[in-house]
Design a protein around this ligand. Structure first.
Ligand code: PEP
Length: 252
């Protein structure tokens, strides 16, 4: 019923347009034309136009790593939804932990960005997840509840069905530590339960919920075979075409 989405978040990498194009080319050529999972990559903003050209004719989606909630105006340094659409984006990552914890982004800001993204028909990938201290203090569900209700406030069931969620425990991002399949499935089941309560069973069954946090070729199969895990948001391993392709293969 749900199609898996494997998305690569390149973050602040690579540093040249040549290297970015070569990476996108490697993923495109390795993937070929047909795939039964959805695939997207999120290069840095400045490379989007070039990468859109590289991806021409391939089923790979193109994603921004963030966006602003206003469409235009006096907002120095920001990038808007219509701009992302204009350079070929299909997706946008919102509320990544590196923005929530590194840049102080709030649930209210993520919610404003989400509504702006839906307004221009980008597929939003909304990230949520607890820190190590929060997990140790057994606050994982309380944190998820706050992030879910704040970030997704005011959406209709139909809008919610078009949003992708990414459960990314902060302690697993870029650390080499991965949530065990049991830990990940438990968090995903909690998220699915919350979606059912708030938006109804039919909508909850449609929402794609990715796992993110040190997903690698050698742990992808067991994570992706959990019943409520519908794909992966991949950081470090998305920077090598072979590794990213192996993770996509694990989802097929
Ligand atoms: C991420 O940045 O969303 C991520 C999950 O990174 P990594 O795979 O490197 O942990």
């Amino acid at each position: 019923m749900r199609t898996l989405l494997i998305a690569g978040n390149w973050k602040l990498n690579p540093t040249t347009v040549e290297a970015a194009s070569a990476l996108a080319e490697g993923v495109k050529n390795g993937l070929g034309a047909a795939t039964d999972v959805h695939v997207a990559i999120a290069p840095p903003f400045v490379f989007l136009t070039q990468i859109d050209g590289v991806l021409s004719g391939s089923p790979i989606g193109l994603s921004g790593q963030d966006m602003y909630w206003e469409n235009s105006g006096a907002f120095t340094g920001e990038i808007s939804g219509p701009m992302l659409v204009d350079v070929g984006c299909t997706h946008v990552i919102l509320g990544h932990s590196e923005r929530r914890h590194g840049q102080g982004e709030t649930n209210a800001q993520v919610n404003a960005k989400l509504k702006a993204a839906l307004g221009v028909k980008l597929i939003p990938i909304v990230c949520i997840g607890e820190t190590k201290d929060e997990r140790l203090a057994e606050q994982t569900e309380a944190v998820l509840l706050e992030q879910l209700s704040g970030s997704l406030a005011g959406l209709s069931p139909e809008e919610m069905a078009g949003v992708v969620l990414a459960y990314e425990p902060v302690w697993a991002i870029g650390t080499g530590l991965t949530a065990s399949p049991e830990q990940a499935q438990a968090a995903h089941a909690y998220i699915r339960g919350w979606l059912t309560q708030v938006f109804g069973e039919a909508t909850a069954a449609r929402v794609v919920v990715q796992y993110g946090g040190s997903v690698k070729p050698d742990n992808a199969i067991e994570l992706l075979s959990c019943p409520d895990i519908d794909g992966a948001l991949v950081g470090g391993a998305a920077l090598k075409a072979a590794d990213f392709l192996a993770i996509i293969k694990a989802g097929q």
